[in-house]
Design a protein around this ligand. Structure first.
Ligand SMILES: [Ca+2]
Ligand SMILES: [Ca+2]
Ligand SMILES: [Ca+2]
Ligand SMILES: [Ca+2]
Length: 609
């Protein structure tokens, strides 16, 4: 009870720039974790009474207790996604160049972005492609694209909802063996720019606003080297300019290493343990088109095996924190101390699983699934490891809840990559969409109960637990792919979140959400002025008669991919959002009242509170 009160009050007490954490840490250091709670709760309660939130609808109950506002699914409501790729005019094939040498790079790609590059209000798609590999490929090789079939692709969504390939006009054919992509307007000119990661050097493309992009990598100083994976745009120091965090997988080269049985057809991709970890690249945006690498300076240079990145202010101290999903070693949670970061995953309870084991952390999302105002974590992993669910307790620590949440049961035999919490049925509770498929194409020989190709996973958040609803959600969830990237966004602007999925050495798939529901929704497109133009890092609280929901504006999370920056909320049967509170990265707070449902709202950052 006490901890429940604590976690509820924590949100109400949160003010950007006002940190309660040092006080908490001091108290804990002095008197231990349990004795400090009453003091803290008392303080929080006082703050609550003087807070602008006092008297507002309280947050919904946590996952483990049934909520009073649960809406039972009526017979006519049914989850449904269809594969609309071909009918929308997209034919893409990812070239992974699998070889007999089983270079690890072949099985990891690739990523996809959903973003609106021409500001016509319709989401466009950018997909990353590989490059040809020789068999064997000499050590030290940086693979290069040689023909159009290896190009990255930009697809523009036309007025009628179909897509046209505009890669050549845009100048986005790319270079090298691509991995991931991150969209963000780094120069605040109103046009989304693209950062594309690869093995052997990354590229930054400035969006010129006329349908063309310019490769500004050298001038911007953001090429990096080694094997880059997921990247995220986020303003780390609050100067209104998006900085860039680029994860790297490992110290790796085209060495001819045999892993798996020394038997014809049994050679396998090597375990990450065979390669040393490596630090990420963190680029500070200097504001003049130039970036400076600051990973070490910011305390973010701990070597890892980074595959997925997500961010949220988990301890509600007003500063965005970072989570790096590492493969087969402890995960990293970087607490933002204001200018410096401290890696706290172990003490926060998110470094390992419930039994203290590390696992193959791949994709990640950092979002509040139980509507208590505290961002939670989901990290995908390989089959027989379970996806990790970490529920934010509100005291700077997380509870490993893969079993009680139901995620353990639905993920035990699967290997997950891209993941996002999405409220696909607009009932006000964040569900989950996950791309799946093993990294080893030999897995069925060594583990006959597991599968290399797997269907995507759709998991419904019932308010009590997570339930696998894939089998009811359409034929597309019966199809088996080597799923990798996943980006989320409302592609047809009908109020239902759609998805784009990439597959290793396979096609790109548009999953159109055709869920039948009478539920209402609101989508918010933020435009920052003092803050970064995208509003990335803004925290939004939306209150309806059913309770409150929270989200952090981001294009990151998932795996190698970049999602629509617009914030989407399902409103259930409510037709009005009584209140929308936005905490901009600048610290400016904005409050909107009685907003009509079923619309996309453009929100400008006010010049002051
Ligand atoms: Ca567009
Ligand atoms: Ca721009
Ligand atoms: Ca924080
Ligand atoms: Ca839902």
């Amino acid at each position: 009870m006490l901890s429940e009160m604590f976690s509820k009050k924590w949100d109400f007490a949160a003010h950007r720039g006002t940190s309660f954490r040092p006080a908490l840490e001091k108290l804990r250091g002095a008197v231990g974790p349990f004795i400090s709670y009453p003091f803290l709760v008392l303080g929080m309660a006082l703050l609550y009474l003087t807070s602008p939130y006092a008297g507002a609808q309280g947050p919904a109950e946590r996952m483990t207790t049934p909520t009073s506002s649960v809406q039972t699914e009526t017979p006519e409501e049914r989850p449904a996604f269809t594969d609309a790729t071909e009918s929308l005019g997209i034919r893409f094939q990812y070239l992974a160049s699998h070889t007999s040498r089983k270079y690890l790079i072949e099985t990891m790609g690739s990523g996809v972005a959903l973003f609106d590059y021409d500001n016509d209000g319709r989401l466009d798609i950018f997909v990353v492609n590989g490059a040809p590999l020789d068999d064997p490929t000499p050590k030290g090789t940086i693979p290069q694209k040689k023909s159009a079939k290896e190009w990255n692709r930009l697809y523009h969504q036309k007025l009628d909802g179909t897509f046209e390939d505009v890669t050549i006009k845009a100048g986005l054919q790319g270079a090298g063996y691509g991995m991931g992509v991150a969209a963000g307007d780094y120069d605040n000119d109103g046009f989304e720019d693209l950062y594309v990661t690869a093995y052997g050097g990354n590229r930054l493309y400035h969006n010129n606003g006329d349908g063309t992009f310019t490769d500004v990598t050298q001038r911007a100083n953001v090429a990096g080297d080694g094997w880059s994976t997921s990247a995220a745009w986020i303003d780390l120091d609050g100067d209104g300019l998006l900085d860039l965090v680029v994860l790297r997988y490992m110290q790796w080269d085209f060495d001819d290493v045999w892993c798996g049985e020394r038997k014809e057809g049994h050679r396998a991709y090597c375990h990450p343990d065979a390669f040393p970890a490596i630090a990420p690249l963190v680029y500070h945006n200097d504001g003049n088109g130039h970036f400076t690498e600051v990973a070490k300076k910011l305390g973010l240079a701990q070597p890892g095996k980074g595959l997925g990145i997500a961010f949220a202010d988990y301890d509600r101290d007003g500063r965005i924190d970072l989570f790096f999903a590492n493969d087969s070693m402890p995960e990293f949670l970087y607490h933002n101390k204001g200018g410096q970061f401290e890696e706290v995953a172990l003490s926060a309870g998110v470094a390992v699983d419930g039994e203290g084991h590390s696992y193959a952390g791949m994709g990640v999302d950092f979002a509040d699934y139980n509507n208590d105002g505290l961002p939670d974590l989901l990290v995908t992993a390989l089959a027989s490891q379970m996806y990790a669910v970490y529920r934010n307790r509100g005291d700077g620590t997380f509870a490993y809840e893969s079993y009680p949440s139901g995620i353990g049961r639905v993920s035990m035999k699967h290997s997950g990559w891209g993941v996002r919490f999405i409220d696909f049925d607009n009932d006000g509770r964040k569900d989950l969409l996950i791309t799946q498929g093993h990294d080893l194409d030999t897995i069925e020989m060594t583990s006959p109960e597991l599968r290399y190709k797997e269907p995507n996973l759709l998991v419904k958040n019932t308010g009590k637990d997570f339930v696998d609803v894939s089998s009811q959600a359409g034929e597309v969830f019966q199809r088996v792919w080597v799923g990798r990237g996943l980006a989320i966004g409302d592609i047809d602007n009908d109020g239902r979140l759609d998805a784009v999925v990439t597959t290793n050495d396979g096609g790109l798939h548009i999953l159109k959400n055709e869920t039948r529901t009478k539920n209402h929704w609101i989508t918010l497109r933020l435009r920052g002025h003092k803050s970064n133009r995208d509003g990335i890092g803004a925290e939004i609280k939306l209150v309806t008669g059913n309770g409150a929901q929270w989200t952090t504006v981001t294009t990151a999370s998932s795996y190698l991919s970049s999602s629509d920056k617009r914030a989407h909320f399902g409103l259930g049967n409510e037709t009005i959002a009584q209140q929308i509170e936005i905490l901009w990265p600048s610290g400016i707070r904005q409050s909107l009242k009685n907003i009509r449902a079923d619309q996309t709202l453009n929100i400008e950052e006010p010049s002051s509170q």
